[in-house]
Design a protein around this ligand. Structure first.
Ligand SMILES: Cc1ncc(COP(=O)(O)O)c(C=O)c1O
Length: 407
């Protein structure tokens, strides 16, 4: 006899969750809760890695979108090829050649729906349950979650002021099972703002080549050095060992959801196949908008003002921390990107301070989710990218009040 139908409440709270796949248990519920606190009214938020809305070139977008729709609506509003529209791939290839000094064929570029999709495609292509993946400790949470979502064993390799510690990497490569992937953000990393020293880059590529480990190089913040400088990309040093993924979210607009990947042909082809049954294609309108934005020179002009804006915000954050942090705290000094990483004494619990901080009107992301091994409990990720300089100064003051226990 069939069992009695469940009550609606039980269905929602128990029956459906029991059906969830094993991998969904590694989700980001706690983080969603933390980020939602940051949305409360009157809270100065250092939480999300959001670009400054002031950098969105609304007038140029309005003009370009009107033109695109007038000239080629049937392409802009239609499905597009999985690998991306040809002019969009050519625009990305042009940017890579201009900024990284290596010529690349547009046919070798895959256009993705943001950097996060490129990571999902790589995870889907490479990872079976239990596969070993190395990441920087700490690293971008979206990447850790993408790898963990495919039930990989994600392991951290420490970073210092010069980025990934290559000696520790060598040890991780010598011991244990061969990792399939090493994920690195070499420039103005999320969450610390630190960069991989130029003289470690070739060693890292060579080590991974020797061990047959594919490097995923995430260049999300590469174009956002405050002084516009860059170091050689890992991909330029080893195109046979590195898949480079990029995003237009931080330098253009995350609302357009566009990113890209380049790398060994066999890998990019497998990612393209994987994309066929995720979103099938990235939005054509966004690709056409990005193409015009890049080829008409707007991107480079916009980058100049964006770098200046973020440099000012970073400087305000650093002087706010100087003024308001209690003894025993230290922090990184980024030369680009969106983030400062604050470290407190060992007995500080950054997670426990989220709620009191929100009550005092300041929000941040506690450090442990950026690590895979329980480190980071006394750390705080502070994004200065979206708050104004006045808000940053006041937010640093409020944070100082919380950290002194005055709440
Ligand atoms: C290092 C890094 N990679 C990738 C992304 C993903 O960006 P999107 O999916 O918006 O392109 C982010 C966003 O925060 C990031 O910080």
């Amino acid at each position: 006899m069939p069992s009695a139908p469940a009550e609606t409440g039980t269905l929602l709270s128990t029956v459906w969750p029991e059906l969830f796949a094993r991998r969904s248990a590694r989700g980001g519920d706690e983080l969603t809760a933390i980020l939602s606190l940051a949305d409360a009214k009157d809270v100065i938020t250092f939480s999300g890695g959001f670009p400054a809305p002031e950098t969105f070139p609304v007038d140029v977008f309005t003009e370009l979108i009107a033109k695109l729709l007038a000239e080629d609506a049937s392409r802009a509003l239609q499905y597009s090829p999985t690998e991306g529209l040809e002019p969009a791939r050519a625009a990305v290839a042009g940017l890579i050649e201009a900024k990284q000094g290596v010529a690349i064929d547009a046919a070798d570029v895959l256009v993705t729906s943001g950097g996060i999709e490129a990571l999902q495609l790589l995870a889907k292509t490479f990872l079976d349950p239990g596969d070993r993946v190395l990441v920087e400790g700490p690293s971008y949470l979206g990447a850790i979650m993408a790898f963990a979502g495919f039930e990989a064993d994600v392991e951290s390799v420490s970073i210092d002021d010069g980025g990934l510690e290559v000696d520790e990497l060598a040890e991780a490569l010598r011991n244990g099972r061969r990792p399939k992937l090493l994920y690195v953000i070499p420039d103005h990393q999320n969450p610390t703002g630190l960069s991989l020293a130029a003289d470690r880059r070739a060693d890292l590529v060579e080590m991974c080549r020797r061990h047959g480990v594919l490097i995923i190089e995430d260049v999300a913040y590469r174009d956002l050095a405050f002084d516009g400088s860059t170091s050689p990309s890992l991909w330029s040093l080893g195109p046979d060992v590195v898949v480079q993924i990029g995003t237009f979210s931080k330098i253009f607009a995350p609302g357009v959801r566009l990113g890209w990947a380049v790398g060994p042909q066999s890998v990019v082809a497998a990612m393209t196949a994987a994309k066929q049954n995720t979103d099938q294609c990235s939005g054509a309108l966004g690709q056409m908008l990005m193409t015009r934005f890049v080829t008409e020179g707007h991107l480079e002009r916009n980058l100049v003002t964006a770098r200046e804006l973020y440099a000012g915000r970073a400087a305000t954050m650093l002087s706010g921390l100087e003024e308001h942090m209690p003894a025993g705290y230290s922090w990184t000094r980024p030369r680009g990107g969106f983030f400062v990483w604050l470290t407190g004494p060992a007995d500080v619990d950054a997670r426990a301070l989220v709620a009191p901080a929100a009550r005092l009107g300041v929000a941040y992301v506690p450090g442990s989710p950026f690590h895979t091994d329980g480190r980071g409990h006394n750390c705080f990720r502070l994004a200065y990218s979206r708050a104004t300089e006045d808000e940053i100064a006041e937010g640093a003051r409020r944070l100082g009040t919380v950290l002194r226990g005055n709440y």
